[in-house]
Write a protein that binds this ligand. Structure first.
Ligand code: ADP
Ligand code: MG
Length: 320
């Protein structure tokens, strides 16, 4: 496969089978549908959408923790299913939302951060020096080497998780809601750290958040997901200035104050996120969309546009 991309996702779909009620059989839940994108060297791609839209399902597939039902993920042009787990771990590492549950409570910080090196057969002295350097790099004092996760704050634990992910010098971090479990005051510190590390180490990130303001200041490109599909894909400035999907516009209105004299936002999100087992016909967003017309109930708009800006809406040209 010819590509400069470090990670390519080609038409990935994921179907879970879920039981509804005690007597009912299992029903298909389409958590991801036809997801297609690439991550280039040193690039940050943001992924936003409401809870339950499929973000973590995609993260798990990229990390090889879950298999796609259809489609393929390539790393440096090679299907990840053909790359051994240890090899993958040298290229791609996760940062999860809750650093507490992802850190072993019985190991101290030196052991947690050093484990990936130990597993690869590094000597004790080399491990100690690299762990010490990494701790400094993520802003943790050396005295925390002997601490246990329970003795640290949420922000410190997320720094430990970042140190552990980076110790093996990966090229890609999959950051799944990396700041959602943290106090607001700590969130920006962790985002700043991720931003510095990205530049310094020339890392690529998939930065996942339900909050558009989290991805805004770090991403080069942003994908907006609704019910398992990418509904808009754009560079970050264009997305904020001229969004083409009414869902993106509604998400923006939740984070940006309305301009003076404009009155109430026109595209407020109506109603709740639909039941993913019974997705709406046509455009899945139509029941909540103030622009929806008859066509939207019957026909699903495809994601199309230019290389740099695509949206799946019949009214994308007229929305702004
Ligand atoms: P997000 O991370 O955007 O909140 P998820 O990827 O976790 O969304 O979930 C997407 C959809 O798939 C949800 O409807 C969720 O309930 C469902 N889902 C996630 N994991 C499983 C699973 N292991 N089995 C069945 N359904 C699942
Ligand atoms: Mg999630």
């Amino acid at each position: 496969m010819m590509t400069n991309s470090i990670l390519s996702v080609r038409r990935v779909s994921k179907v879970y089978h879920v039981k509804q009620g005690i007597f009912a059989g299992k029903l298909p839940l389409r958590a991801l549908q036809d997801v297609d994108f690439s991550l280039d060297h040193g690039q940050v791609v943001g992924l936003v959408g409401e809870s339950g839209c499929g973000k973590s399902t995609l993260a798990k597939i990229l990390l090889g923790l879950s298999m796609p039902t259809e489609g393929e993920v390539y790393m440096h042009g090679k299907p990840i299913r053909d790359i051994r787990v240890q090899e993958r771990a040298k290229i791609i590492q996760p940062i999860f939302q809750d650093p507490f549950s992802s850190l072993n409570p019985r190991k101290n910080i030196a052991q947690i951060v050093g484990l990936p090196l130990l597993l690869r057969g590094f000597e004790g002295a080399e491990i100690r020096s690299r762990v010490g350097e990494m701790l400094e790099r993520v802003g943790l004092p050396q005295r925390t080497l002997g601490s246990f996760p329970s003795q640290m704050s949420g922000g410190q634990r997320q720094r430990v998780a970042i140190a552990r992910a980076l110790i093996a010098k990966p090229q890609i971090l999959i950051c799944d809601e990396p700041t959602s479990a943290l106090d607001v005051s700590v969130q920006s510190q962790i985002l700043n750290l991720l931003r510095e590390l990205r530049t310094e180490l020339n890392l690529s990130y998939l930065l996942i958040s339900h909050d558009l303001s989290v991805v805004r200041h770090m991403s080069d490109r942003v994908m907006v997901m609704y019910m398992g599909r990418i509904v808009e894909y754009s560079d970050v400035e264009t997305l904020f200035e001229t969004p083409q999907h009414p869902y993106t516009k509604a998400l923006l209105e939740t984070i940006l104050p309305p301009s003076p004299g404009q009155g109430l936002p026109k595209l407020q999100l109506r109603g709740d996120f639909p039941n993913p087992i019974k997705p709406p016909s046509g455009c899945a967003f139509h029941p909540r969309c103030s622009l929806a017309q008859g066509k939207c109930q019957n026909v699903r708009p495809v994601l199309e546009g230019s290389e740099v800006h695509k949206a799946a809406c019949f009214f994308k040209e007229t929305i702004n």
